[in-house]
Design a protein around this ligand. Structure first.
Ligand SMILES: *Cc1c(COP(=O)(O)O)cnc(C)c1O
Length: 392
């Protein structure tokens, strides 16, 4: 109950999630969809997202860290969990014991994987052969071995009795439309070359994966066996250059008015008294602040929120736990629902709107919703899951 002591919650609509997954599955078919649930499922709750996806037949999940992978395994999510970054040495054994698929791009790490595997086998925790995917750098230049090193790493794996289950890479500009086309095609060609060269030494990883949401939508030739999709699953496009219709935002952010007062023209609210009112106004306090992920800059950018179906602006500086909103002549009462992200009546505020105001991308907005904001899971048919509603 501690989490419910104030009226602020992120509503995660599982029916929207199911819709997006089926749109994406159809789009990338016959490649399979790997649902990316790193960073707590882009803020939506990794295990809940993975469980729902799993029920729709998704059997690949991507996480950034071993901890994130273990969370899925401990929640009994079926399917292959691919850890996208190499773990620190001390965590390799646990990762293998949990049957996580490791992404490898350092020979030293591969040696550790083999040693950990042998230790586990000696301890008769009879683990199956380690699952490894080699990551090759085709142009993102974040992680991954060169073409030459990919061959060496694959040979080292084979000589150590470990089969290379996958080969992966990552696209840098697949979301950039025409501007990114030449470079993306070059990345695809480099990936192809590595696949072909591995085949000449008789190594044929069964899972090839290169594309994120943008690559999977815009470049059919980048789909291979798996498309690793994150942002699309959560209902947003990677950029305005990507054409995929019908995705639905999965997360809404809602609250309730905690206090109301009428102020006169010329009065101002919050730290700095920064924006005197042009006319008398109902000012409502809402229990969400920058510590919840509502960035201070949103006030300066004139961001609006929804109340009684109207768009009204934030009235003064965003504080750590609260904001004040300027409802003008709209008379509101304590307990009135406020939608920060999502739909109310005919109006919608999306994470893209915040992202544009903040000069960032929806990814950052979604992953910035703080852990202290409880996630409430609803199904589209539900009339909203407001856990604070008091029926009078
Ligand atoms: C985060 C990530 C993805 C998902 O990207 P989206 O644009 O959200 O689809 C895919 N692959 C890798 C390696 C990633 O780090």
């Amino acid at each position: 109950m501690a989490y419910r002591s104030r009226a602020l919650w992120a509503e995660v609509d599982l029916s929207a999630l199911r819709h997006n997954i089926s749109v994406l599955k159809r789009t990338v078919y016959p490649a399979q969809l790997a649902v990316v649930v790193k960073a707590n499922g882009y803020g939506h709750g990794a295990t809940q997202i993975a469980r729902q996806a799993s029920e729709l037949g998704v059997s690949f999940f991507c996480v950034a860290t071993v901890e994130e992978g273990i969370e899925l395994k401990d929640a009994d999510i079926k399917g292959e969990v691919i850890v996208l970054m190499e773990p620190e040495r001390e965590y390799i054994e646990e990762a293998l014991a949990k049957d996580l698929t490791l992404t490898i791009y350092n020979a030293r790490t591969l040696v550790e994987v083999v040693a950990s595997w042998q230790r586990l086998a000696r301890g008769s925790k009879s683990t199956s052969s380690p699952k490894i995917h080699i990551k090759v750098d085709t142009g993102m230049h974040r992680l991954g071995v060169s073409e030459e090193e990919a061959l060496e790493l694959a040979r080292l794996a084979r000589d150590s009795g470990v089969s290379v289950g996958g080969l992966s890479s990552h696209l840098a500009v697949a979301d950039a439309g025409e501007l990114g086309r030449g470079y993306t095609l070059e990345q695809i060609a480099r990936f192809e070359r590595v696949v072909a060269r591995l085949a000449t030494i008789n190594i044929r990883p069964s899972l090839l994966h290169l594309a994120n949401t943008a690559g999977g939508v815009a470049y059919p030739s980048a789909r291979y066996d798996l498309v690793r999709s994150g942002i699309g699953v959560y209902g947003y496009l990677p950029s305005q250059e990507i054409n995929l219709v019908g995705l639905r935002p999965v997360m809404s952010l809602k609250s309730r008015v905690s206090f109301v007062r009428r102020l006169k023209a010329g009065e101002a609210v919050s730290y700095g008294l920064r924006r005197p009112l042009a006319s008398a106004s109902f000012i409502a306090t809402v229990p969400i602040g920058y510590a919840d992920g509502l960035r201070r800059t949103l006030f300066d950018r004139g961001q609006e929120v929804l109340i009684k179906g109207e768009r009204v602006p934030i009235a003064g500086t965003v504080t750590m736990d609260q904001i004040m909103i300027d409802c003008g002549d709209v008379e509101v009462a304590q307990g009135e629902e406020v939608v920060l992200l999502g739909r109310q009546g005919a109006n919608v505020v999306t994470a893209l709107e915040w992202a544009e105001a903040l000069e960032t991308i929806p990814y950052e907005v979604l992953t910035s919703i703080a852990a202290r904001v409880p996630r409430i899971y609803i199904d589209g048919s539900d009339k909203g899951a407001d856990p604070y509603r008091v029926d009078l």
